[in-house]
Ligand binder design. Sequence first.
Ligand code: NAD
Length: 968
Amino acid sequence: MSLEARTQTLGQALLAATRPGRSLLAQMREQLQWDEKLLAWAMEHPGLRTQLFRLIDTLPALTGSGEISRHMQEYLDQPEVELPELLKHLIHFTGRESLAAKTAAQTLTTAVSTLARKYIVGENFAQVRHTLERIRRQGMTFTLDILGEAVLSETEAQGYLQKYLDLMTQLAGVDWGCVPQVSVKLSAFYSQFDPLAERTTRIRVTQAVTQLLRKAGELGVAVHFDMEQYKYKNLTLAILQEVLLADEFRSRTDVGLTVQAYLQESEADVRELVDWVKSRGYPVTVRLVKGAYWDQEVIWAQQKHWPLPVYRRKSSTDANYEKLTRLLLENHRYLYPAIGSHNVRSQAHALAVAEALAVPLSAWESQVLYGMAAPLAKALVERGYQVRMYCPYGELLPGMSYLIRRLLENTANTSFLRQRLEKTDESALLAPPAWAEPTTPLPQIESFVGTPDTNFAEPGKPEQFLAAITQVKSQLGQTYVLPHCSTERLLDSVNPSNPTEVIGRVGLADATSVQQAIDLAQKAQPVWRQTPWQQRMDLLLKIADRLAAQRPEWVAWMALEVGKPIREADAEVSEAIDFCRYYAQMAEQLERGHNYDVWGETNRYRYQPKGIGVVIAPWNYPLAISVGMVTAALVTGNCVLYKPAEQSSVIGCKISQFITDLIADLGLPAGVFQGLPGWGEEIGPLLVTHPAVHFITFTGSRQVGCQIYAQAAQLVPGQTHLKRVVAELGGKNAIIVDASADLDQAVQGVVQSAFGYAGQKCSACSRVIVLESIIQPFVERLWAATASLVIGAATDPATTVGPVIDAVAQERLQTAIAQAKQRLTLVGERPAPAMGYFVGPTIFTDVPPDDPLAQEEWFGPVLAVLRVADFDQAVQVANGTDYALTGGLYSRTPSHIQRAAEELACGNLYINRGITGALVGRQPFGGFKLSGVGSKAGGPDYLLQFVDPKVVTENIQRQGFAPVAEEL
Ligand code: NAD
């Protein structure tokens, strides 16, 4: 009998053994229990499914029936949600404290708890033991997985390990008649698990795994390692392979690894694992699953513009699953295959292959998730196969994300379980999966597709950047003198992580240099404004290409000169490239202008360059902001004088040199673009007030920005125009965390937004406004997560918080922190390395809204927590500063999200995500109030600021004659 025929026979037998009397879905619909009904409705109504799962996700954060019933209405009582009559009836109450509202809340809570209990074996060990004993009586073995919140801190990572050590001890105290097994997730052993920080991650995770395996060995408990998101996969496999080759563990056969068949790399991984396990000489279990993070992987890859790691079609995954099943079973002498699936076809195929290859029944096993396919498991056991049940255990609240994953899976169109419920046609259920990967590219929904950041999970990437750092280090200490600048007056730019290291010496510009540069610019201006738009756009594209080709070097220069950690510096290179390509794209539209013609008259609306622009840049985005401001002015036909910040003078010179070279290559005059490094106070006013200058594009502090605005407004002799000032200034950015927020997400987002680049992003979160009811757990976790950040040199790939920019900033922050300690409640202050301009991340709580810490921009790793009684107050406090740059909200209350969008005063509002890292063309960036004047960088209106529109109207009628359409 062919393998396929045998698969069909076995599949039919399994289906028959698990066949429900009549359609399960029909039964569920008729059930009296609400949990069954909710699931049935979710399958039938896609709109309801989304809202219902969102509501279920929110449920653990809601206290009291008033809150629960209010959220039921907010989520479900929407025009786009088709509600079944019964549910409509349930949520149509008035008054949140009414009896009807209480009934609704109670019904939902009970239904969801009942649902959760179907997938979770217990909330404590007594319950777990009870369930596991039942599973054993049914002839199955088990693996136990502890559900938990995301691990955001080392305290939580330690807690996770400890829970497993305790659980294993408890398991070892019971005679199960089999080896008990636990399943663990590697990323939970180190809160800063990161493929970029490979060495540190390896060390920390290996320590935990060693401790776990030792204890498990002593207790006689087996350990299986789960697989999580793709970004962790390579490092997870590398760590495990190394640990399991160590003398101490090499002969252990009671351990296992997991492979996800939805990953395109999974076949290569299995082949590699087979070679590895052969060389190891002792078998390990390899669990084959399809993979539980498909939606997340697709969204992540799409957002990052990275290749999709997973198959696009479920049937391709199923086909790959069968291929890998065979590969594993063929190697059963070297490893122990565990085939984890609820799909009867997949399991029947495994049985047929095992049979064909004469794999002994004891040499492999099937696995199913608890609560997902009990009849299938039973049928397999009855036929003499080994079955292990994967059993999640833990409190229902942290288990909610697990529940949502299961619900999504169970109710998805492509899910076998759902098809089983709906389909009576069994041959379709058992059909061999067809390879169905589309060859067409993924549908693109963006009008501007940005350049992808480096994916540091790709093999060899971290090494490539480290090599660039070494190479750039060999070029430190050189002198850079741009045209017109002094060869004697030099500025030393130093490495803020290690100030004894001079990055370079830069010749300074002075009054004479400014005048010479302006003279040249005036000469070049007529040529540049006549240069066709296309040539100007080409220049931008060339700049972009050059930046892209030298990405690792630019990252190295930024890490060394301004202390920007590698991943953030990498994102900055992408941003710089994006500015060039985006503004080139926008210039195309400007070039077209507008035609407002009528019969006999043309009306042409066109844009012409303003003339000469001064660009004054900050140090904190030395590459992206400089390149963005410069290229916007250039592409619109203006000549540019560019003054980089003192602290990033070397990068400023490098930018100047390479743009100047490109301009020279194009045969254009040197005056089109000139770099003028110098002291801001000295040459800044000279540039700003010069009568030949038409506009100033500035990004920097409020104080300097206001000064420039005032200076530029003064008409000086010889000046025949009014100047435009585009100024991007500071912020006092707040994130509101309300009571319905997902704390895992909120803590993570606030920590990243507050301490990324040591709080020196203009978009950084410096205030977090927290609802009283959750402030205590929030602040506890916030501090624990902050205490786990790695502070160090920016060039160290493990670093999450680097130094502040210079000694002045360090001293200013240290003084401000010391003073704040006198009047405010300190949550914690991280010790900072002694060498380098480091300031340890610091958090104060219960900061009054009018305290300087809640009002002034400190521009460093200092975060103020503000307590508020309710959401109204949160909005009021958030809006109570002079600034309006960025802001954020963590909430799962739809009405709060809506209000925030309408009422929060900020140029960029981010909901349920971090508030930094705006992307060109996706989140055009910039604020209002005292955060700046002008339109958003990386947005559709930005270029308009550097042109003067002009309308030419021509009467094309001569003696009553003009072309007129024939049909008139
Ligand atoms: P800064 O104002 O001290 O310096 C900015 C630039 O201005 C530098 O090139 C400096 O040399 C120059 N400068 C200084 N004095 C000058 C003068 N009198 N005339 C003309 N130019 C002068 O700011 P910084 O410390 O480099 O940057 C940090 C500030 O920038 C923060 O306030 C931050 O919020 C803001 N920032 C805002 C954005 C945004 O997009 N809104 C982006 C990045 C930084």
